[in-house]
Design a protein around this ligand. Structure first.
Ligand code: FAD
Length: 393
């Protein structure tokens, strides 16, 4: 086990999860974070119960709500899926403050106001240069370190982790409509405007977050404004940002060079199906921490995560080729057995659940295979509008 201090760049979910693991193993963990004061962007997140299993403490201060079912709506069909275990609606900023506290409690250190400027990689050990204020710098020597500084962070740029597809997310806090069943997330599929979906996530009995994923921040904001108007929802506050999507071939996922490890958004550890990155990023951070602590290969430590994320990329490829009619068929085929199986396997366990899910409704396999063939012919080049027209032919 390591006894020299290990450096981590970025104090968000992935970096803090790694530091927390290392500190609990007795490995000195030093986290360098650009922000000072530390004010993570306000964001309402929804995560599966897998989130709780990553923690050995109760994050109740950060939990806003628990969701017990999903209502799915396409142009011509709808369905409800009750969850066996509730999903968690989380206040991201509160959760990150909680993690900082846990890292410090376990003996790790977090240095705020340390912005990584560059890394001297021409010889080992590497030298990390941080700006720590006006005309002030700090140099850190590292044999191996973790870059968890997000999508546009410095480490992933230096480790040449570009080439990942990026998408824009936009959410608005809204008052919940009166017809939303309690403890339920509502999801709308509309291929005319998005290859993903619109969502409405309750964060209290009266308020929630409505959002969508789009190609660019401008498009996401415009589409969401139109959607909110159509639904009669008034935006109270906006939450916006960008995220990477994990590639279909997990060999193409950036991981670093063996000395520089990447985790979280910096490594594209985001599910392609739903663009959820909190649990995946924390799993990535923990895998990197195990590798740093024990001197094992990150490749091996993160194999299950990368397999899981590659499954999501495959399902995304299928869904990208879906038309509105396919979504109608998908929901129309949701029988009681399929609902019960879907409610049992959550989306951070897709690799394990896909078999039982397809067995519960074998006709989904045909639907998916047809779409996959269409998708492999080049879905990325088609706009939702084109796909819709083609589906209608
Ligand atoms: C609007 C929106 C809604 C979302 N909803 C969900 C959801 O419901 N469920 C879900 O699972 N995921 C969701 N996500 C995705 C999720 O928030 C991210 O995948 C996750 O937060 C990524 O965490 P991370 O630790 O990889 O990086 P980030 O959260 O991006 O953090 C990177 C950290 O590095 C620091 N940093 C950057 N550059 C430097 C530097 N040069 N030097 C030092 N420090 C630096 C930053 O200040 C920051 O603290 C959403 C994203 C957005 C934008």
């Amino acid at each position: 086990m390591q006894s020299v201090p290990l450096s981590i760049v970025g104090a968000s979910a992935a970096g803090l999860a790694a530091a927390w693991y290392l500190a609990r193993q007795g490995v000195p963990a030093l986290v360098y974070e650009a922000q000072a004061p530390y004010q993570p962007a306000e964001r309402t997140l929804i995560v599966t119960p897998a989130f709780l299993r990553l923690l050995d403490f109760d994050p109740r201060e950060a939990i806003l709500y628990r969701v017990r079912g999903y209502e799915l709506i396409s142009r011509g069909a709808s369905a409800c899926i009750p969850l066996r275990e509730p999903d968690i609606v989380l206040d991201r900023a509160r959760f990150l403050h909680l993690l900082v506290h846990r890292v410090k409690e376990a003996g790790g250190e977090v240095f705020f106001g340390h912005r990584l400027m560059d890394i001297r990689t021409d010889r080992v050990p590497y030298i990390l240069r941080f700006a720590t204020g006006e005309n002030r710098e700090r140099w850190v020597v590292a044999w191996r370190f973790l870059g968890a500084d997000g999508l546009s962070g410095q480490v992933s740029r230096i480790a040449q982790a570009d080439g990942l597809e990026e998408v824009a997310l936009c959410q608005a806090r809204v008052l919940l409509p009166g017809d939303l069943p309690p403890d339920t997330v509502r999801v709308w599929f509309d291929r005319a405007t998005t290859r993903f979906f619109y969502w409405l996530i309750p964060e209290s009995p009266h308020t929630g977050a409505a959002g969508l994923v789009a190609k660019t921040p401008g498009e996401a904001r415009r589409l969401l404004e139109e959607f909110l108007r159509a639904q009669g929802l008034e935006p109270l506050a906006w939450q916006e940002g960008q995220a990477p999507l994990f590639p279909l071939s997990f060999g193409r996922a950036p991981m670093g060079d063996g000395r520089i490890l990447l985790a979280g958004d910096a490594a594209g550890q985001v599910k392609g199906t739903t663009v959820g990155g909190l649990v995946a990023g924390m799993r990535g951070g923990l895998a990197a921490a195990r590798s740093l602590a024990a001197g094992t290969f990150y490749d091996a430590e993160s194999r299950l995560l990368r397999r899981e994320l590659a499954f999501h990329a495959l399902v995304r490829r299928v869904l990208d080729a879906f038309t509105d009619e396919d979504y109608d068929a998908l929901l129309g085929l949701l029988n009681r057995r399929a609902c019960s199986v879907l409610g049992r396997y959550h989306r951070d366990d897709l690799a394990r659940g896909l078999g039982p899910i397809l067995l519960s409704q074998p006709r989904w396999l045909l639907l998916g295979a047809r779409a996959l063939v269409r998708g492999l012919r080049g879905p990325g080049n088609r706009s939702p509008e084109t796909s819709r027209r083609e589906g209608a032919v």
